[in-house]
Write a protein that binds this ligand. Structure first.
Ligand code: MN
Length: 316
């Protein structure tokens, strides 16, 4: 999915909150697809290693827009693709061609560099009433793996979990003895839950968490959080208290140990320094196939914008 081109240089006061904070997402378009971006948000770039959360939605639920995102590069992050409806064909420069359907996870870890394309595929499933097609999320890679080789994982068989009135799937990480087969090199959790009543979820106190309601408002602690908004729950708690009035209510829970440093994000890249972003931008500009490979896709390659810190050629 195409990234947050406007995030470079924004103040990254990631830490320091002690109470639950609620932030409204903002709407944007990626091609013809409408999205609500709930992370990054004002003064907050990461929750654990999660650095990017887009809700993909269709304004016209009877005629969802075609999802067509041509070949584009990534570095330093893992993309997490999770659908609620429809089907998407993923193709990447490792040679992967993988159809993803609801309930399955695509986890693409970019490391030093990968390129991929995503294309919606005709599906006869009925469109869910929310109009939300799925979520596209990124995990910032930790220092140990961020320059390493890229990896693609498709996990069709994720563990199902049930905790009180909450049931759903564990995308990544572990709960008690249950562990997701999706692997990521930093303590992380990702859950898709449906709540049939008020729920208390046990969580790791070393983790910070984000609560993203999908189809109904819910109470997180004492705060009401609407779909399209995010509740940020600081580390140090051993449970999340979620309250719901209308049932059932679907929610994504993300979290993890804080990365311990700031990340720099620009376009489709996550790095630590501006020079690293510039190197990746140049490599894509010149079509460096050693770094980004070649994507088997009929879609047109997406060109990178010029980074704002690169001086523009003068007309004179
Ligand atoms: Mn992408």
């Amino acid at each position: 999915m195409s990234g947050p081109i406007d995030e470079y240089g924004r103040a990254a006061a990631n830490r320091g909150i002690t109470a639950i904070e609620v932030r409204e997402g903002r709407t944007a378009n990626i091609g013809s697809l409408g999205i609500v971006r709930v992370l990054p948000t004002k003064n907050r770039r990461t929750i654990g290693p999660w650095c990017f959360v887009d809700l993909m939605h269709a304004d016209d639920v009877d005629r969802p827009p075609p999802l067509e995102i041509g070949p584009h590069p990534h570095i330093g992050l893992a993309t997490v693709t999770w659908l609620f409806t429809g089907a998407v064909l993923h193709s990447d420069s490792l040679g992967t061609e993988q159809l993803i359907r609801p309930g399955q996870l695509n986890l693409m870890t970019a490391g030093h560099g990968i390129a991929h394309a995503e294309e919606g595929v005709a599906s006869d499933e009925t469109w869910e009433s929310t109009g939300i097609m799925g979520v596209q999320m990124w995990l910032a890679q930790p220092e140990e793996t961020r320059q390493a080789a890229s990896i693609f994982q498709h996990v069709a068989d994720l563990p199902e979990i049930e905790i009180g009135a909450a049931r759903g799937r564990l995308l990544i990480g572990r709960i008690g003895e249950t562990r997701s087969p999706a692997s990521f090199a930093h303590p992380t959790i990702g859950l898709d839950l449906t709540l049939d009543g008020d729920s208390i979820l046990p969580v790791d106190p070393a983790f910070e968490h984000g609560v993203v309601p999908i189809d109904r408002p819910m109470r997180v602690g004492d705060d009401i959080v609407d779909p399209g908004s995010l509740a940020i729950v600081p580390a140090g708690r051993d449970h999340l208290a979620l309250g719901v009035r209308s049932l059932p209510a679907r929610v994504m829970i993300i979290g993890g140990e804080p990365l311990g440093h700031d990340v720099k994000m620009w376009w489709n890249f996550v790095a630590r320094t501006t020079d690293e972003l510039t190197d990746a931008w140049r490599a894509w500009e010149v079509g460096d196939e050693e770094r980004f490979g070649r994507v088997p896709s009929r879609l047109e390659r997406i060109e990178a914008p010029i980074p704002p810190w690169i001086s523009q050629p003068s007309n004179q």
